[in-house]
Design a protein around this ligand. Structure first.
Ligand code: AMP
Length: 402
């Protein structure tokens, strides 16, 4: 979906929502351990729209999924979120223990304007993921307006993300607007130089985004385990590092495309290597981009760090998705943390910095950098990548067709 189409979507602040019953799709897929929410970023991200609607005396019916439950597994209940939300917004938050059925209907009916109802995990019903029309209709009947605020699920055609839109007048919330605004900023007419840093483990997950970025950026930096497939494509020795052999041909095509497009494609120039992936394994730094036969690359080396940081310093727009090493292990997190710090410093001097993906956000946390120190941290890694790939996001297409 192009930026132009997005402009056609109604925004919540321009919509006739005052005093209405608004069904709002949020992404409260948050980590919960024994009832304790360990990361509330996604809940907080919905507050601006939520408060806006409550101020307008709307009754807000919140719908969300949580995790990938096989059945009604209690550990995937959204109940702890209802209690938590009440503490954050100060308005009454009612919880319905099933997202459809008589009881849920009654709770919604009895809730007053200016109050919230949070419905139980949508994925406790298999109809949600099947985009079942009847299920979508039942969800729509709780209100007379629909607000889409779950950016992280827009790339999925489910009942609550796509199916529901045709039954209600609708608009996008503030969070979805901000996400799209920053993605547009980077993809359409970005301030240049535009640098993209793509890391993480699986080339196969990010191959399409690499093909797309190589048409848009000035510099494409590839780090993390993905880099070894690209190094293998250039016949460099990568030892026992993670390589996706069936993606080597794609890597070659991307390298060629970068060359044709006059895009600078940077791979690690040195690596931190170990013989065994254990936190206390003796580490070595390679002298070049080649890795010895029995060694495994686990992080970028110090020369690479310096090179990548220089590129970030010179950029006016930077997009980053995916860690540059096995950052979960402190001993292999140096490269990713150095990039996170460079991103925060660049933001301070006016560069637009955009981050996506759960692991990349974890790196930021590990580097003690707050999300406010970057221009935009996307709440949806998968959705932001698909947007960049130029794919239609079913959740947005459904809204615009209403
Ligand atoms: P992704 O989900 O594709 O963004 O991949 C994130 C994962 O990539 C993280 O769990 C990292 O530990 C992993 N990763 C990054 N660099 C490496 C590496 N050199 N070897 C193995 N895994 C890596």
């Amino acid at each position: 979906m192009s930026g132009k189409t997005i402009l056609k979507l109604a925004k919540v602040q321009d919509s006739p929502v005052k005093g209405r019953s608004v069904v709002m799709r949020v992404d409260y897929n948050v980590p919960i351990d024994k009832g304790i929410i360990s990361d509330d970023t996604r809940i907080k991200a919905s507050l601006k729209t939520l408060k806006f609607l409550l101020d307008l005396k709307c009754k807000v019916i919140l719908i969300s999924h949580l995790g990938r439950p096989k059945d009604n597994e209690p550990k995937y209940s959204l109940k702890p979120v209802a209690t938590y939300l009440q503490g954050l917004v100060g308005a009454n938050v009612h919880f319905a223990a099933d997202c459809i059925g008589k009881d849920a209907k009654k709770i919604v009916e009895q809730a007053k304007q200016g109050e919230i109802v949070l419905l139980e995990n949508l994925r406790f019903h298999s109809e949600e993921k099947k985009n079942d029309d009847n299920f979508a209709k039942q969800l729509s009947e709780y209100g007379d307006f629909f607000v889409q605020e779950a950016f992280g699920t827009l790339h999925r055609a489910h009942a609550s993300t796509a199916g529901i839109s045709k039954y209600l007048d609708n608009a996008i919330g503030y969070l979805v607007q901000k996400e799209l605004e920053y993605l547009d900023k980077s993809m359409i007419n970005p301030a240049r130089p535009f640098v993209a840093i793509i890391g993480g483990a699986k080339v196969s997950d990010k191959i399409d985004v690499l093909y797309s970025l190589v048409d848009k950026v000035d510099t494409l930096i590839i780090g993390g385990a993905m880099a070894y497939t690209f190094l293998a494509a250039q016949y460099s020795n990568v030892g026992k590092s993670l390589v996706e052999k069936d993606k080597i041909e794609d890597a070659k095509k991307i390298i060629l495309k970068a060359f044709k497009n006059d895009v600078e494609l940077l791979l690690p120039a040195d690596h931190i290597v170990v013989k065994e992936i254990k936190f206390d394994s003796p580490k070595e730094v390679t002298q070049s981009m080649a890795i010895g036969d029995n060694w495994i690359g686990v992080d970028v080396g110090p020369r690479t760090e310096m090179l990548f940081i220089e590129k970030i310093k010179m950029a006016r727009t930077v997009f980053w998705n995916g860690p540059l090493g096995i950052f979960e292990t402190d001993a292999f997190a140096h490269g990713s943390i150095a990039i996170a710090k460079a991103m925060a410093a660049a933001t301070k001097s006016g560069t637009i910095t955009i981050l996506g993906g759960g692991d990349t956000l974890s790196v930021i946390k590990k580097a003690n950098i707050s999300q406010e120190q970057l221009s935009h941290c996307s709440t949806g890694g998968g959705a932001s990548l698909e947007f960049i790939e130029g794919k239609n996001l079913p959740g947005l297409v459904a809204l615009s067709q209403n």
